[in-house]
Design a protein around this ligand. Structure first.
Ligand SMILES: Nc1ncnc2c1ncn2[C@@H]1O[C@H](COP(=O)(O)OP(=O)(O)OP(=O)(O)O)[C@@H](O)[C@H]1O
Ligand SMILES: [Mg+2]
Length: 386
């Protein structure tokens, strides 16, 4: 029995060899022939002498023509019945094999066809298999889940590329326009031109940095270096980091914390708080107020909130702010350099800590509150790395 694989012109592997039905039938036939041969051999070795003994006991004379005839009849009857039995059994084996093959071959062909469609890039391929037994049903389920996962990875990849192209377009267009203007002498080389060019170059550099983080976040592999930290030190560091920017816009920034401790990667939590405070500053007008506070919550968790009394958000915005590259309309209109990745990364960091990041707002004009729940200092949460 040989199996050779060759790649066909459409990239599909053509396999030579016996079909499933033939293999099943041959294996059944081998078992049947072996059984009948064994039965025949045993009957040939034991049957005649036993039969001969019985004939003598019944009063037949040894060597008489009757006895020879009866023994001849016994032998031919045994051969005919064993042979007939074998033929009937083979016929049954053929029917059963045909039936089994039909039941198995159809779902396998369906699976093979769907797998071929997926290999050709059609991730919508799904299989429905009923009445072929639990093993094939499980295989079909796993296959459908695999197809679903492939499809969503492919969707993410496609959206990421189109979002990326969209994000790159603005800074590149601005840089090109200014460089062209400089070349033509329409734009003067002064501090404001330099600032625009630096701004856009920085925007591109930040996008590249964020993209690395976002792809790690989407694949759930954010490296953490976890240690026990006091909540107060995290809040203090975040407030210190932002103090000057808040002062420049005349927005009041206040922080407070109790004596709770958290098991976190301080750098990563600082990254989350920096983004939340930068967002709050961007969306709070001069004279507004932003408060960061950290307190022990339910079940030993520590809850850090960042609350502002600025622009607030609509329900629609709240539903999307954690999506990659999502920016509220006002943020787009301001074009203040945000690429809409900050909250996606922040939530992935919270998830990686076994925590949770959420947002709420009573509505536009009524401020927003972001809530970061983290495992308390005594909780044993394994550090993850990639
Ligand atoms: N405090 C806030 N008040 C109102 N809207 C907010 C607030 N924080 C976030 N948002 C909305 O959520 C959107 C997404 O925020 P996110 O931090 O992900 O992106 P970004 O700040 O625009 O850009 P990036 O953080 O990547 O520089 C913002 O564009 C804004 O519309
Ligand atoms: Mg942000």
């Amino acid at each position: 029995m040989s199996l050779r694989g060759t790649t066909g012109s459409r990239g599909r592997t053509a396999v030579d060899g016996w079909s499933l039905g033939t293999r099943l039938f041959v294996s059944q036939a081998v078992v049947l022939v072996a059984s009948v041969a064994t039965a025949g051999l045993v009957a040939a070795l034991i049957g005649p002498s036993l039969f001969h003994t019985h004939l003598l006991e019944s009063g037949q004379e040894a060597g008489s023509p009757e006895m020879a005839h009866i023994e001849q009849a016994f032998t031919s009857t045994s051969v005919v019945s064993l042979g007939g039995g074998l033929l009937v059994a083979l016929a049954f084996a053929l029917i059963v094999t045909w039936y089994l093959t039909r039941r198995i071959r159809r779902p396998i062909a369906t699976l093979a066809d769907a797998a071929h469609r997926i290999s050709a890039g059609d991730y919508s391929a799904r299989v429905q298999i009923a009445g072929a037994g639990p093993e094939l049903a499980t295989l079909a389920d796993s296959f459908n889940q695999m197809a679903e996962r492939f499809g969503s990875v492919e969707d993410t990849r496609r959206r990421l590329l189109s979002d990326l192209a969209h994000e790159l377009r603005t800074p590149i267009a601005t840089l090109s326009a200014h460089l062209e203007g400089l070349g033509d002498g329409v734009v003067a080389w002064d501090d404001s031109t330099l600032a625009v060019l630096q701004n856009q170059a920085e925007r591109l550099a930040r996008l590249a940095r964020d993209l690395d983080d976002v792809s790690r976040a989407e694949e759930g592999r954010i490296a953490l270096d976890v240690s026990v930290q006091s909540s107060a030190s995290l809040v203090e560091r975040a407030v210190d980091q932002m103090r000057d920017r808040y002062a420049a816009k005349s927005v009041l920034l206040v922080g407070d914390a109790d004596d709770s401790e958290v098991r976190v990667d301080p750098q990563r939590i600082a990254q989350v708080l920096d983004n939340l405070l930068a967002n709050a500053l961007r969306h709070t007008p001069s004279g507004g107020r932003v408060a960061v506070s950290a307190h022990r919550g339910h079940g030993g968790a520590v809850v850090i909130t960042v609350a502002d009394d600025g622009e607030g958000m609509t329900g629609e915005q709240l539903a999307h702010i954690f999506e990659r590259f999502y920016r509220g309309d006002s943020a787009r209109a301001h074009d203040e350099g945000g690429s809409g990745i900050g909250l996606t990364i922040a939530r992935a960091i919270a998830d990686a800590h076994g925590g949770r990041l959420g947002a709420s707002s009573p509505g536009p004009g009524h401020g927003s509150t972001f809530t970061l729940a983290l495992p308390g200092g005594s909780d044993a949460h394994p550090s993850r790395s990639s």
